[in-house]
Design a protein around this ligand. Structure first.
Ligand code: FAD
Length: 414
């Protein structure tokens, strides 16, 4: 059995971001820890390729991996259109099929890192370390011991919640025959799509050039659609709502992200922590997780190099989780019209204030200012009833396997 300082289970967004941070120069007198990153062989457990979008002010540490970014955003409500200037914030896109191989290659050349191909099946905690066991690519048993273990394997189920909606989507990478897009503007939400009975739907358009874009149909609703349902929604949007003229589809992406007010554990033992989506990094009201994953990775690396226990920090402030829980409840009960809600949010607030909230970095004063532009009674009612609502398993909310993102998501890039 080999022994290292840190074992990272899962080489996806959270695992590789953490390993990357831990191998950054630690400062005078602080050695880089020895690290094992364990990722299964390509197969059914691998996370499908995906695009990660996030907001960032100015230049960032991950700019080398960014494939596109936008300085302005457009939100289209049923009756009005809002264009906002990011005032220095950019909406950045990183594609997993760029990021993961590049970071893996960087780590492979680092003398303190071992990249192991194996499927982890067990983690046994003890007061001074934890033992990670599994099966390697040839079917042989594998065992590594770490002083600290960070587990990012996607959850196989969801903890009980008061409200769980699914953010589910299918997108087309399109190439149009004529100029149809403004590559300076990310069309973040277009609510002119037919709205589902419960929850909301919108389309978004992320243009790469005047003729190439990712056009995605998204719902926040209790159930995923059938293949035909997504096909029809995208056909309707690209032919009738926002006609693209003649175009070809060069790739497709699809996914499901649970939007839930469930509690995710950050700690699973004296020496075992959960990170990434499994550790609650996904923001309940938006489905965003990538920026939070980066913040957590940086904080863990800082704690370690300071000699402190590297407990991942709380992914989201409690206040934001309460606001998100109220919004999820208001959307799920149909008390707020999602399209009108988000259009007003962008229309009535300066973009940096909205982004502060979405990024989890806004102050109480900024949140109160934001709250004043929300439909007060439905949101207050939803907030006040939260303590009296039981937490139920996703299955009991009728979602079953659909709510388990790993099983449900699928994505294929050109
Ligand atoms: C399709 C999609 C699009 C998304 N887009 C955005 C976005 O634009 N912006 C945003 O902020 N968030 C987005 N998210 C949410 C979130 O950022 C992603 O889900 C992100 O990939 C989560 O990172 P993770 O490391 O927790 O999980 P993953 O990236 O899924 O990584 C988990 C890793 O664990 C490995 N693994 C699985 N089983 C085992 C095992 N038994 N042993 C060892 N390793 C194992 C997998 O192979 C994988 O590499 C998106 C999610 C999805 C599903």
């Amino acid at each position: 059995m080999s022994e290292v300082d840190i074992v990272v289970v899962g080489g996806g967004a959270a695992g590789l971001s953490l390993a990357r941070r831990l191998t950054a120069p630690a400062g005078p007198g602080r050695a880089v820890p020895s690290i094992a990153v364990i990722e299964p062989p390509t197969g059914p457990l691998s996370s499908p390729p995906r695009t990660w979008c996030f907001w960032e002010r100015g230049e960032g540490d991950l700019d080398a991996y960014v494939s596109a970014s936008w300085g302005r955003v457009l939100v289209r409500g049923a009756h009005r259109e809002v264009v906002s200037d990011g005032r220095g914030h950019r909406y950045k896109m990183i594609r997993s099929h760029d990021f993961l191989p590049a970071v893996t290659a960087e780590l492979a050349s680092h003398e303190r890192v071992r990249l192991l191909t194996a499927t982890v099946t067990g983690i046994v905690d003890s007061p001074d370390g934890a033992q990670v066991t599994g099966t390697d690519a040839t079917g042989q048993p594998m065992c590594v011991r770490g002083r600290w273990v960070f587990d990012s394997r996607p959850p196989q189920g969801l903890p009980p919640a008061r409200t769980t909606l699914l953010q589910h989507f299918r997108g087309w990478f399109v190439r149009t025959a004529s100029d149809r897009f403004d590559p300076g503007v990310a069309e973040l939400m277009d609510f002119r799509t037919p709205q589902p009975a419960r929850g909301l739907s919108f389309a978004y358009v992320l243009p790469f050039t005047r003729r190439r874009a990712l056009v995605e149909y998204t719902e926040f609703s209790p159930r995923v659609l059938s293949d035909d349902g997504y096909q029809a929604a995208l056909e309707h949007y690209t032919r009738r709502v926002r006609p693209l003229g003649a175009f070809t589809v060069t790739g497709c992406e699809q996914g499901v992200i649970p939007m839930t007010d469930a509690h995710f554990p950050r700690r699973r033992g004296a020496r075992v922590f959960t990170i990434g989506a499994a550790g609650g990094a996904v923001r309940p009201a938006t489905g965003y997780a990538f920026a939070t994953i980066q913040r957590q990775a940086a904080a863990i690396a800082t704690a370690r190099s300071a000699g402190a226990p590297p407990l991942p920090p709380r992914p989201h402030p409690r206040r934001h989780l309460a606001m998100d829980a109220a919004l999820l409840r208001a959307l799920a009960t149909g008390r707020v019209d999602g399209g009108a809600f988000f259009t007003r949010l962008f229309d009535s607030n300066p973009l940096p204030r909205v982004l502060g909230f979405l990024n989890g970095t806004s102050s109480l004063v900024q949140d109160v200012a934001l709250g004043l532009h929300c439909p007060l009674w439905p949101m207050t009612r939803s907030l006040l009833e939260l303590p009296f609502l039981p937490r139920q398993a996703a299955e009991d909310q009728g979602q079953g396997q659909e709510a388990f993102p790993h099983a449900a998501q699928r994505k294929a890039h050109p």
